[in-house]
Structure formats: structure tokens, C-alpha cells
Ligand binder design. Structure first.
Ligand code: MIC
Ligand code: SF4
Length: 648
């Protein structure tokens, strides 16, 4: 029996465990990436673990999230990250050089390599045939130090593409079609692998749009084979020698196969407030207030050139605001050189820095009750910074058609010829804004720069004999990490955990922090009760770290998403799931709950425990590997690693 592409790469990198469905395996990580919003904590943890050197083939630290710099906090983080990169032999992509995933695809991603990034859209590099996964910063810090990265042996989904995309239909519509089929829940522990003759016409940036948004389905990652398209892209990036041919065996067996005929896809949109809420653009004839083009999903050269051609010679209608954030300095320079930037500016676009900016609600929040069309990948309520805004996610051509007409518009109705833009045979390569690692000899002299915004990572105590506490909050289904730990205007506190913790659950319950901290101070453990797919979205470990700081010891949910579940364990919070989903009803807020003997249960490997709420008894499942139980007993990965290092 042949291997899937996923299995080939995972087997080749196997460092611990055996490759059996559902069993936990540890794999060697070849490359890591961090971004500033998660990176500062990742490197602080790297330092706390006493690690002194990176052991990966390549590690890159990007500055792309917090580039607004209102106040000293962001700049302090940048200075810390630049000095850390110099000290430990890490590439440093300076602010303005672009969004981590776009730049990594252009300059570093390689077929067949494993990549671990402290950002949930790290699978963007799957468009290049790299097995690229998002994780919490602590896991990335461990991988940088040469430790294995642990995941469950995945189920592999074959997404078999046939046919050809029709004019005005794009890779974004493929990503949205996949979301329509897989939805945003129920795919934990799966990897999506793309096959079929339909892939041969998709370029690497198009593939990267598709693997990027695979993150929204909750799969561990998505991957395309490495073929002639991959070769072409690597050659265009001056990296032709890094190409290898890589694909699944012809007789590979998949756990599930999904057939998609590209000819049948039409322009789609994700309607408010979930990337899984898919509708055809044709049916949505809405007046539009704002159009935002960019993000790691759709800001490649071809994306922006197509938009520029569409708007050339026209004028942005009154009442509509248009912002464009090119994905990288490479893209921005290319459109500046060929004049397309001028077409965008003279149409009325506001050109934004090559960074995440608007995507994370860090700028360009739309007005109250507005309709905002965005080419990004998440439209969770309030993520734009405006809770009442209705955000629709679309392709760049739908976004451009909407900017031209002021209505959410299917571009097929524009009566315009489709601007055929080819990917350049050679991109202009200019890596001057990427600082390469210093020679080892010079690193010792580097002094790490720590401004007042650079705190210490808080460390948890060991797991108590029993959890005795209160349901401090009960939430429903599909609660995202943006609900748990908002970004946007709060993002600048990422390096200051006590301050950032004040905003835990802010969009759902502004009193959570004060309630949780006073319960903690009275000696209670706090418990979070949740519905399905708890912790969707971002990889931000602060969604576990800050609740831990506020005394949360357990999350009891109907189901928990992969990265978030791993982050909970890493910070010593037990991820319980209801044995019976309907028991969620039995645990409203303020219920006193005891989970007796939790320490013992973790020690002996119980797969279920009892929670006692008055005279009600509720069965909770514990699905944890031996390694995870050990982490929980120690109170988290950081105290465990420190203990092990000291013991040596
Ligand atoms: C996001 O898109 O939500 C982010 C901001 O990139 C996050 C990372 C973070 O919270 O810093 C992600 O996707 O992991
Ligand atoms: Fe940045 Fe948005 Fe991509 Fe997250 S999804 S990495 S915030 S561009």
C-alpha cells in the first residue's frame, strides 16, 4: 500500500512514537517561524527554559502584526526580537518587509520540509509542498531548541480537484468551497491533501491561498504536491535549486475523499460572522461601506495586479473606503515599479503598510453597522474592531468589483474583460530587509534589549490533588480565541501578561477578569464551560496563558480545537470534554464543581473522571497522551522543561 504525501513527510521526520492512526507522534521540525505578537512570549519562554542555541535548519522571526506603534510597547517588542534573533542565530524580517506567511513562501519555504510557526496560518507554506503547522509559541520554542513537535497521527483527507477555474473565479473561491464542505468544525486531527489533474494549473500563490484558509476548517494543515508549478515559483524566486518533486503514491489510501470540479465553482463569500458561513456572491446584493484587500490569504503579486487593472482609470465611489495592504515588500516594490500602484492610488485606494494591520483589527476598523468586504480569512464578530460591522470574506476580484460599484458584486456582472495577469518569470529579489544570523562568535556579545514592555512569562504551580472551584463562565459553540483573548487594540499588551489578562473574554463578558481574579485570590480554581469547537482560530497561546494567570485550572467543553487544546495543556489547564454533550446544560455559571482525585487520575492515565456539582455527577472524558499528562502534573510545559533541565 502506498503512502499519502502527508505520511511520507511525517514518517521521514518521525522522532518519537509509531505512526498509527490517533496515536501521538513526535516529529523533527526543520524550520520555524514566529511573528511579533506571539514571538515575544515564545522567545521569553525559550530563554526561561535555559535554551541557548537553535537546532533547526532555519528559524525566522517576523515583525508583521504589531506595527502600529502607538506608544512604546510595539517598538520595545521589536527591539527585543531583533536582539534575540542576533543572539540565537535567527533570521530577522524587519517591520515593513511583509506578512510572515507571504514572505516565508517567497523566500524560505521548501517542499518536503516540516515548518512549525507560532501562527495558525503557517499552513500557507503547504502551497509549496511543505508540511507546515501552526502551534503555540511554547511548542515553537521547544522545536527551535531541537525538541520534537507532538501531534496525533492524522487522518488524511484527499481533496481531489478536476477541471479548471472559470474566468472571475479564483483560488479564494476554492478555499471557500472547501469550507462549505468541511465547515469550521469536526476536522480536528485531519490533514487535507490536494490531488487531481485540476491542481496542475494552480500556481503556488493560488495554492497558498487555499492552504492558508484550510486553517479555518480546523485541520492540522493542508498540503499540495511539489510539481512543475512549484519549480516555476521557486525559479521565479531565484531558488530553483531547492526544488524537489514530491507527491503521494498512486495507490495511497485516504481516510476520506472529496471531489471538487473547479469548473462548477462560482464566486463565493463567507457571510457574517464565520468563515464557514458560505453564500454565492450572486445572491448578495448589498451596499458596501468598506473594502479591504490584503492579508496573508490574498496579497500576492497577481492578486494586486488584477485589482489594479480592474480599477485603472476609474474612481472610488463616494461613501466607500478602500484599503490595500500588499503582502510583502517584494509585492509592493513590484507594483510600484510597473505603475500598478499608481493605478490603485489614483482610483482612491489607501495604501497600507505590508503587514497584518486591518486583518487583526489593528487599524481600519469600519464604521458602526457597516458592510466591509475583505480578502482576509476570518470574519469573527468584532475582529475588525467594530462589533456591529458585517464582514464578508471574498476574493480580490469580488472585492475590486465591490469597490468599483459600491455594492457587493459578482464581477461577472461588470461587463469587463478579465485581466489575465501572469506570475513573473523572475521576481526582483531584494532581501536587504531580512537580517541573516550572525556568525556564532559574534553572538555571545549581543545584549538582549528589554524595555519596560518586556515582562517575565508567568509560571504555574503543579496540578493540585483535586480541582475545587466554580464555573466562572459558560459559553456556547464556536467560541474563538478572538473571543477569549481579543487582539486589535489590546494586542500591544502581548508581552505584559498581567495587563493583557484584564481583557480575557472581553467581547463576551467584561467582568470575567475581576470575577476570576477574586475567586482565585479566595483560593478557588476557576473553570470554563464551553460548547463545540472551543478555541477556534488563532494559535495565540495567550488564550490559555492569561486564563492560567487568572487561576483557571480546567476547560470543560463539548469539543476543543487542536492548537488551543495543546496550548491549554502547555499551560497546565486540563482540557476535559463532556462524555454526554447534553451535560453542558447542567453546568451554568456559578456552579460549584469538584473534580476529586484529578492528580491521581492524571498519574494513572484514567480516560474519564467525575465532576461533582452538588449531588449531580457528570462524566468527563480525558483524552491525553502520557506526555501531556506529565506536562499537566508539572503545571505546564515550562515548569516541566525547567525541572528536567535542572535535573540534568
Ligand atoms: C490571527 O490571524 O488571528 C493571528 C493574529 O495571526 C493569530 C496569531 C496571534 O494571535 O498573534 C493566528 O492566526 O494564530
Ligand atoms: Fe496576519 Fe491576518 Fe494572516 Fe493572521 S490572518 S497572520 S493577522 S494577515
Amino acid at each position: 500500500m502506498g503512502y499519502t504525501l502527508t505520511e511520507k513527510i511525517l514518517r521521514e521526520h518521525l522522532a518519537d512514537g509509531s505512526y498509527e492512526l490517533g496515536k501521538e507522534i513526535g516529529i523533527k521540525i526543520d524550520q520555524t517561524l514566529t511573528q511579533d505578537a506571539t514571538g515575544t512570549m515564545a522567545y521569553l519562554q525559550f530563554e526561561s527554559m535555559g535554551l541557548t542555541d537553535i537546532s533547526t535548519e532555519l528559524s525566522v522571526s517576523y515583525i508583521d502584526h504589531n506595527t502600529i506603534q502607538v506608544g512604546y510597547e510595539n517598538a520595545d517588542d521589536h527591539a527585543y526580537l531583533e536582539s534575540i534573533a542576533k543572539k540565537y542565530g535567527i533570521y530577522f524580517s524587519r517591520p515593513g518587509n511583509g506578512i510572515c506567511h507571504q514572505v516565508h513562501l517567497e523566500r524560505f519555504a521548501r517542499p518536503g520540509k516540516t515548518l512549525l510557526g507560532s501562527d495558525s496560518h503557517t499552513p500557507t507554506a503547504g502551497g509549496m509542498g511543505s508540511l507546515a503547522m501552526g502551534a503555540g509559541g511554547l511548542d515553537v520554542a521547544v522545536a527551535m531548541g531541537g525538541g520534537a513537535y507532538y501531534l496525533a497521527t492524522p487522518r488524511v483527507i484527499n481533496i481531489h480537484l478536476t477541471g479548471e477555474l472559470q474566468t472571475w473565479t479564483t483560488a479564494k473561491d476554492v478555499a471557500l468551497r472547501v469550507l462549505q464542505i468541511l465547515s469550521t468544525k469536526g476536522n480536528v486531527g485531519c490533514i487535507s491533501e490536494y490531488t487531481g489533474e485540476g491542481i496542475s494549473r494552480l500556481t503556488v500563490p493560488e495554492r497558498a491561498t487555499i492552504t492558508n484558509m484550510g486553517a479555518e476548517t480546523g485541520v492540522t494543515t493542508s498540503i499540495f504536491p511539489s510539481d512543475l508549478q512549484t519549480k516555476k515559483f521557486l525559479e521565479a524566486q531565484g531558488r530553483g535549486e531547492q526544488w524537489i518533486s514530491l507527491a503521494a503514491d498512486a495507490d495511497a489510501i485516504y481516510d476520506r475523499t472529496i471531489e471538487i470540479d473547479l469548473d462548477e465553482i462560482e464566486p463565493l463569500a463567507a457571510a457574517p460572522h464565520s468563515p464557514g458561513n458560505i453564500a454565492t456572491v450572486r445572491g448578495l446584493n448589498l451596499p458596501v461601506d468598506q473594502v479591504m484587500i490584503g492579508s496573508c490569504t490574498n496579497s500576492s503579486y497577481v492578486d494586486l495586479m488584477t485589482v489594479a487593472r480592474m480599477v485603472r482609470g476609474k474612481t472610488l465611489p463616494a461613501g466607500v473606503s478602500l484599503g490595500i495592504a500588499p503582502g510583502s515588500r517584494q509585492v509592493l516594490s513590484a507594483i510600484a515599479r510597473n505603475g500598478a500602484l499608481n493605478d490603485l492610488i489614483s482610483f482612491g485606494a489607501r495604501i497600507l503598510e505590508s503587514s497584518c494591520g486591518f486583518c487583526i483589527g489593528n487599524s481600519m476598523s469600519p464604521c458602526t453597522d457597516s458592510v466591509s468586504i475583505r480578502t482576509s480569512n476570518r470574519n469573527f464578530q468584532g475582529r475588525s474592531g467594530t462589533p456591529s460591522a458585517n464582514v464578508y470574506l471574498t476574493s480580490p476580484v469580488v472585492a475590486a468589483a465591490s469597490a468599483i460599484t459600491g455594492k457587493l458584486m459578482d464581477p461577472r456582472g461588470l461587463g469587463m474583460d478579465f485581466p489575465e495577469i501572469e506570475m513573473p518569470e523572475h521576481f526582483e529579489i531584494d532581501d536587504r530587509m531580512i537580517i541573516p544570523p550572525l556568525p556564532a562568535k559574534q553572538r555571545a556579545e549581543i545584549k538582549v534589549c528589554r524595555g519596560p514592555n518586556i515582562g517575565e512569562p508567568p509560571v504555574n504551580g503543579p496540578m493540585p490533588e483535586e480541582i475545587r472551584g466554580v464555573v466562572t463562565i459558560r459559553v456556547g459553540d464556536l467560541v474563538t480565541t478572538d473571543h477569549i483573548m481579543p487582539a486589535g487594540s489590546r494586542l500591544k499588551y502581548r508581552s505584559n501578561v498581567p495587563k493583557y489578562s484584564e481583557f480575557v473574554f472581553e467581547p463576551l463578558d467584561k467582568q470575567f477578569c475581576s470575577r476570576a481574579s477574586s475567586l482565585r485570590d479566595q483560593g478557588n480554581h476557576n473553570l470554563i464551560v464551553a460548547g463545540l469547537s472551543y478555541g477556534q482560530g488563532s494559535s495565540r497561546e495567550h488564550a490559555a496563558l492569561c486564563p492560567m494567570y487568572l487561576g483557571v485550572k480546567g476547560v470543560i467543553a463539548k469539543s476543543i480545537e487542536r492548537i488551543h487544546a495543546a496550548n491549554l495543556v502547555n499551560f497546565g489547564i486540563v482540557p476535559f470534554t463532556f462524555a454526554k454533550d447534553s451535560d453542558w446544560d447542567l453546568l451554568p455559571e456559578n456552579t460549584q464543581v469538584r473534580i476529586p482525585g484529578i492528580r491521581k487520575s492524571l498519574e494513572i492515565g484514567d480516560e474519564s473522571v467525575r465532576a461533582l456539582a452538588g449531588n449531580i455527577e457528570i462524566n468527563l472524558a480525558l483524552s491525553l497522551s502520557k506526555r501531556q499528562r506529565e506536562i499537566l502534573l508539572a503545571g505546564g510545559l515550562l515548569p516541566l522543561t525547567v525541572k528536567k533541565t535542572k535535573g540534568k
